[in-house]
Design a protein around this ligand. Structure first.
Ligand code: MEV
Length: 438
């Protein structure tokens, strides 16, 4: 049974670590050493990381890898990916190389609209509320001018505000539904500040609106917050080539491969169990680039999965077809990303990742992320419909097992040689290590 702690956030980092080590570990000294081993030797960098969140005790590493040779809209790029899953970067690189000799990836941003809402309760005559909204609309814009001034200079701002009657869903529930253009920033702070001002204006103006009764004047704002569902902030990524050009190692019959591939995508379009795993493969690429570039992968995940379910049934984010001998594979996903603000200028590795991508605009970053998702999906479906996924996966996993057992160089050489021609399984590798060590 562990003890509760009071005032934990006020303790120094050292004190926090000591408390945790004493409270939870049988060998506190070892826990302290491990936690401190992951501190950065550069005090400035460590302080920066300490201050990203509350109660930091150490850093939690995941690898930053790169996938080179991505030909996107006629230009080569190397894509940074922060991810722990062993086969993801290798798969992205393989797809990039495959498509670089077949016309490359085409990516287009279709639209960039962000959304925020003020959710409120109004008890009274709806037609009076509608009239109030029409008469007050200009005030919502006017009273947010100090917030929107800079964004307007960059070509962004509030696009529109509408009043939505949601009383069919919940008694007396209405919302101000606002749309925004936030240019190169993700825009969360900008949008939330505008919304909180809308809420203030809404309440204040209602109080003095002479047509309202006393009950109607008492608008209750429940909350004001951006939506991470951005179905009008969409990027499309595509690859296509004549079917016969798909031929390669493991693709001896390109027509057969293309047909099986299209069928695999169609299964994900109609079958939610498969769609979730299919889309998870896409998110392997999406999240890795989103994370490496300091964007909010939870927001991206939530928004993309909502989009995948927009028809009422969860479905594939990607699509494929064969038409007149041409194989085409594409996806469309909503992405609210930023290349300025947030972590982008704070985290040294985020800055480095963005520089590697030649300091993209938010729209260009949307394209990189969508392409990484499509590349990942292509690699997964290519393996699944030909050799199966485990062959490649387990070869990568072999490394993890060797590290887990702290294998020596000699052991590694012998084990890798053996598993070149034998199926990798966790137990088979462990058995071989144990035999070598007897
Ligand atoms: C594994 O991380 C991702 C896959 O399961 C995706 C898929 O099945 O399409 C291989």
């Amino acid at each position: 049974m562990n003890n509760p702690v009071t005032g934990f956030s006020k303790l120094s980092k050292e004190e926090k670590i000591n408390w945790i080590a004493k409270e939870y570990f049988s060998t506190p000294a070892e826990a302290i050493i491990l936690l401190k081993n992951y501190w950065n030797s550069d005090e400035k960098i460590q302080k920066l990381h300490d201050e990203f969140i509350e109660n930091t005790i150490t850093n939690f590493y995941i690898p930053l890898g790169v996938a080179p040779n991505f030909l996107i809209n006629g230009k080569y790029s190397t894509i940074p990916m922060a991810i722990e899953e062993s086969s993801v970067v290798a798969a992205a690189s393989k797809s990039a190389k495959f498509w670089s000799t077949r016309g490359g990836f085409k990516a287009t941003v279709l639209n960039t609209e962000k959304i925020g809402q003020v959710h409120f309760i109004f008890k009274g005559d709806i037609s009076k509320l509608e009239l109030f909204f029409v008469q007050t609309k200009a005030k919502f814009f006017a009273e947010t001018e100090s917030i929107t001034k800079n964004m307007q200079k960059r070509g962004g701002g509030i696009l529109d505000i509408v009043l939505n009657d949601k009383t069919n869903l919940l008694p007396n529930y209405f919302q101000l539904h606002a749309t925004f253009e936030t240019k190169d920033s993700m825009g969360a702070n900008f949008i939330n500040s505008c919304l909180e001002q809308f809420a203030k204006t809404l309440k204040e103006e209602a109080l003095t609106y002479t047509l309202f009764s006393e009950t109607e004047k008492d608008i209750q704002v429940i909350m004001s917050i951006l939506s991470n569902y951005v179905p009008n902030c969409i990027v499309r990524a595509e690859v296509s080539c004549p079917v016969n050009e798909l031929a390669e190692k493991h693709i001896e019959n390109p027509q057969d491969f293309a047909e099986r591939f299209v069928q695999a995508v169609q299964i994900a379009e109609v079958e939610p169990f498969r769609a979730v795993t299919h889309n998870k493969g896409i998110m392997n690429g999406v999240d890795a680039v989103v994370l490496a570039t300091g964007n909010d992968f939870r927001a991206v995940e939530a928004g993309i999965h909502a989009y995948a379910a927009k028809s009422g049934q969860y479905s594939s984010l990607s699509h494929a077809k064969i038409e007149n001998g041409l194989f085409t594979f594409w996806l469309e996903i909503p992405l609210a990303l930023g290349t300025v603000g947030g972590l982008t200028s704070l985290h040294p590795l985020v800055k480095l990742s963005l520089e590697m991508l030649e300091n993209p605009s938010a729209k260009e970053l949307m394209q990189f992320v969508a392409v990484a998702g499509l590349a990942q999906n292509f690699a997964a479906l290519r393996s699944l419909t030909t050799t199966g996924i485990q062959d490649g996966h387990m070869k990568m996993h072999l490394n993890n097992i060797l590290n887990q057992f702290d294998a020596s160089d000699d052991e590694r050489i012998l084990i890798r040689k053996h598993f070149k021609h034998n199926a990798v399984s966790h137990s088979a590798v462990v058995e071989m290590i144990e035999n070598l060590r007897k």
